[in-house]
Design a protein around this ligand. Structure first.
Ligand code: GLA
Length: 383
């Protein structure tokens, strides 16, 4: 992240020196999709792209925010935080102010500048990165304490309660707790986490389909509701079930005839996906790349057929990648309904992989894909 360039941009925009700076990365999820809001397991990595903010405290009640990449600027009072369709990019910052105020934390009114190098709308959690970086900047300027887990919580509260996206906690935790060269095994109920090394010689390659479905957020919320319905119905026979995380595969197999077909499919995905995350971790520990590939393939298939969050373009990307001998895993990553696939590719074959994917996607989907090679990276920090 171009810290000096950002400080310089701040000086140019405000004529003053920044007092604090913070950076937070985006994330890519290796496996464990649509499990976070079911209190299950996920396996994301923070990536080496993200969002940075610099700022300094000012007197009064008015925040001033500069979007360096958009050459835009807006001001807002700490006493009237509201979303602004003229400056939608500022909503994430305001959302964090809103979430902190709700916790009774005194906001350090400031002037700040934001910049980022993480692709937006590609399923790489640019918004979580922005929110996590904002919490860290304000914590630094405000001088109060906030644990790293609470940093992630505040960022999620901003997204849920202010921006209005009912996401789980995976993205914010990955952005906060990422580690260089490793993926994060996160229990989304207890928030206990540990890191796992990527098998040596493999690179994480993301292929952006360029597709964004406008129904993504309403469909996402519908999936959440269907899972809750599953919990309600299963809890009638399994009283200790508080979320799909608590449902054992054998119990689901026994009880699934009692569920309506769509709810049954959603439950099948979540319950099997949680098991796949644990298995993927075991496969990574033993560098069993064939097993990892099979698990990622099963994850994609379940997201396609059971959870129904894939789309033809993502399926094409997975179909193109799967037969390649140097590709050790390919599946959609993030919420789905467009966005990207994640692929584990042998280091020496990344260029061939990119060529095959770009050409094949152009031929079959009639569109241009975008390739990103990411290093699993350290989580958010003050700069
Ligand atoms: C989005 C949400 C996450 C998670 C994924 C699906 O990225 O922000 O919380 O639910 O979708 O795994």
């Amino acid at each position: 992240m171009r810290r000096e360039a950002l400080r310089e941009a701040f000086r140019t925009a405000t004529g003053r020196h920044a007092e604090a700076a913070a950076y937070a990365p985006g994330r890519v999820n290796l496996i464990g999709e649509h499990t976070d809001y079911n209190e299950g397991f996920v396996l994301p990595a923070a990536v080496d792209r993200g969002v940075a903010l610099v700022g300094r405290r000012v007197h009064g009640d008015t925040f001033a925010l500069h979007a360096v990449d958009l050459a835009d600027h807006c001001e807002f009072s700490r006493n009237s935080l509201a979303r602004d369709p003229q400056h939608p990019w500022a909503d994430y910052f305001k959302g964090v102010c809103w979430a902190l105020s709700r916790r009774g934390i005194e906001l350090p009114v400031c002037e700040a500048a934001v910049t980022g190098d993480i692709p937006q709308g590609a399923g790489l959690s640019s918004s979580a990165a922005y929110e996590v970086a904002t919490v860290l900047l304000l914590r630094s300027l405000g001088g109060w304490e906030l644990s790293r887990t609470d940093v992630a919580h505040v960022a999620r509260e901003a997204e849920n309660g202010f921006v209005g996206v009912a996401c789980g906690i995976m993205d914010q935790m990955a952005s906060t707790f990422g580690e260089r060269g490793r993926v994060l095994l996160l229990d989304c109920r207890s928030l206990a986490h540990e890191t796992v090394a990527i098998p040596p010689g493999l690179k994480i390659v993301v292929v952006n389909s360029g597709i964004r479905h406008s129904l993504a957020s309403s469909e996402y919320n519908r999936r959440r509701a269907e899972c809750e319905e599953g919990v309600r119905l299963l809890a009638a026979s399994l009283p200790r079930v508080a979320s799909l995380r608590d449902v054992a595969p054998a119990d689901l197999a026994r009880l699934q005839p009692t569920l309506p077909p769509v709810v049954r499919q959603r439950c099948r995905h979540v319950v099997s996906e949680n098991a796949r995350v644990r298995e993927a971790v075991a496969a990574m520990h033993s560098s069993d790349t064939a097993r990892l590939k099979a698990l990622m393939a099963a994850s994609h298939e379940s997201l396609r057929a059971n959870y129904q969050v894939s789309c033809p373009e993502l399926d094409i990307l997975v179909e193109l990648a799967s037969p390649l001998p140097y590709c050790h895993g390919a599946r959609l990553t993030g919420a789905g309904f467009g966005g990207s696939t994640v692929n584990l590719v042998e280091e020496g074959a990344v260029e061939s992989f990119a060529r095959v994917m770009l050409t094949g996607y152009r031929e079959r989907a009639g569109r241009e894909a975008e390739i990103h090679v990411f290093e699993p990276s350290a989580g958010a920090s003050v700069l």
